[in-house]
Write a protein that binds this ligand. Structure first.
Ligand code: ADP
Ligand code: GLC
Length: 486
């Protein structure tokens, strides 16, 4: 089975969020699966960081897509033997800034072309005109809007026999562009209609994928249901309802080589479910590093997140003064919404011994917050899967979450029943509000004071099987189903 895994980011080459974690880990997990008798290659743009980090690189072909001349580079992931094909085009991808926006956060104006080229190249590799004749994929897995135009090119232009899956990591990002891009994207005008890639008068990459891909998947079973409703469907719920028999929800896993308290090289001390003592050392070091009052008895709450409406962290500043008065400390890392950054900064300036706010992206600090904190706060309004709550479970840092998407599928609320049968792993809000978040955190604080009970919750989470193994098997099943046409 030959699989082309098309994505716009993959850890450790390039990362802005969870998509990169999944794109780095899932192909690796499939390669490690005894049942997977196949060959999976990642296709992504040759951003500067990708070109710097790829191993054993060599040019394998030159292609001309959407009027752009690109070199296909074949290489390997820095940390595994997974094959990578990078599309090199200096003008399109080697820019001073992120994959989607410049260094001030302004989206690149030609994203339609940049990801049109990625999608068009993916389709070409799945066609009889592919320059890699000896490697014709049986299946392509596309991820999010950046690669979602590939199934449209495959059906409308290349008449490809390769089967396609579109995996939805976040319906809030759709890649909708002005119709004036039609020509540059070389899309047939007759398919610019409701039964095609048209969406409210625009070209929609995501809608194209939802319409033309053979199968659809998303990153948790609950999100698969939620997106068929008006509240979570971002306008695409109608099409998703029509395609519901082709839609599967598979919960993400975590890459245990990157995220395990027993092996994590970012931590000053490692620890495990059977010996949690190292966690106290990490907490102490984190408090020192962040300028917080060093106190083992002060509950330390962590946040690592994009600061956007999705993540619900605007619910937090309002209730922090009350929690600070109760002795809580906060270690916050993230960036995004400027007003929210400022609220957290304000609190950090007023009470530096109890609140630390780090604006930016910091892989090392994110691991230390995950390990050194007592609890992890993630009150997302919607969350397709979420990886941070999974990291929280693995690191004995029980997550405090809202009951949505992958959060609902991975965190079991603490109550008398779940404490008694050892299934409690975290704390789940009853509704999305500051009041509900406060009640939930206060519940967690009460239990935290009972060390024996708290350790049971920590161990329940740490002992859960949340690696990629079973999710990779579920993807393999989906691949087989897609190939058999059922
Ligand atoms: P999303 O992809 O919606 O942002 P996820 O929980 O699926 O949410 O994944 C987020 C990933 O990005 C996690 O690996 C998390 O640790 C990481 N991350 C988010 N913000 C930061 C940050 N400021 N610094 C370091 N890592 C971050
Ligand atoms: C998106 C979602 C997040 C998910 C990640 C990886 O970024 O917001 O919930 O975990 O993709 O699938």
């Amino acid at each position: 089975m030959r699989v082309l895994f098309a994505t716009s980011e993959a850890y450790p080459l390039i990362k802005t969020g969870g998509l990169a974690d999944v794109s780095g880990a899932l192909p690796k997990a499939l390669n490690n699966l005894a049942e997977f008798d196949g060959d999976i290659k990642i296709l992504l743009p040759g951003y500067q960081a990708v070109l710097e980090k790829l191993r054993d690189v060599s040019p394998v072909a030159t292609i001309e897509v959407l009027g752009q001349t690109c070199t296909l580079l074949m290489g390997k992931m820095p940390d595994s033997d997974t094959d990578v094909i990078a599309i090199q085009n200096t003008q399109l991808y080697e820019r001073n800034g992120g994959p989607y926006s410049d260094k001030h956060g302004v989206e690149w104006l030609d994203n339609a072309l940049r990801f049109g080229v990625l999608s068009r190249a993916a389709s070409l590799l799945c066609s009889k005109h592919s320059p890699l004749q000896s490697w014709q994929p049986d299946l392509i897995q596309c991820n999010d809007w950046q690669t979602a135009l590939a199934p449209a090119y495959m059906k409308l232009i290349d008449f490809s026999s390769t089967k396609s899956i579109l995996s939805l990591h976040n319906l809030a990002f759709q890649g909708n562009f002005d119709v004036s891009w039609l020509k540059a994207l070389e899309l047939p005008i007759e398919n610019f209609q409701i039964s095609g890639f048209e969406y409210h008068g625009q070209i929609s990459f995501l809608k194209a994928g939802l319409f033309y891909a053979d199968k659809l998947s998303t990153v948790s079973p609950t999100y698969a249901h939620e997106i068929q409703t008006e509240t979570f469907g971002f306008g695409l719920q109608g099409l998703l309802q029509i395609r519901k028999d082709d839609l599967t929800g598979i919960l993400n896993g975590i890459d245990a080589e990157e995220w395990s308290p027993e092996k994590d090289s970012s931590l000053i001390k490692n620890y495990s479910a059977s010996d949690l003592s190292g966690k106290a050392a990490v907490k102490k070091a984190l408090q020192e590093q962040l300028g917080l009052h060093v106190d083992a008895d002060a509950p330390l709450l962590g946040v690592v997140s994009r600061l956007t409406h999705q993540k619900g962290l605007d619910l937090l500043p309002k209730i922090m003064p009350q929690l600070i008065a109760q002795g809580c400390q906060f270690a916050i890392l993230g960036s995004g919404d400027k007003a929210l950054e400022a609220s957290f900064n304000d609190l950090a300036q007023k009470t530096p011994a109890q609140v630390s706010m780090t604006i930016g992206y910091n892989e090392h600090l994110s691991h230390n917050i995950m390990a050194g904190c007592d609890m992890f706060v993630m009150p997302s309004r919607f969350e397709p899967c979420g990886l941070n709550q999974l990291y929280g479970l693995a690191y004995g840092t029980p997550p405090i979450v809202n009951a949505t998407g992958g959060l609902a599928d991975s965190v079991c609320d603490t109550n008398e029943t779940t404490l008694n049968n050892d299934t409690a792993t975290g704390f789940v809000m009853k509704s999305v509000s500051s009041a509900s978040l406060l009640v939930t955190i206060e519940h967690a604080l009460t239990i935290w004071k009972n060390k024996a009970l708290w350790q049971r919750i920590q161990r329940n989470g740490m002992q859960q099987d949340i690696g990629w193994g079973s999710s990779a098997k579920a993807y393999l099943k989906l691949y087989e189903k897609t190939l058999s046409g059922h």
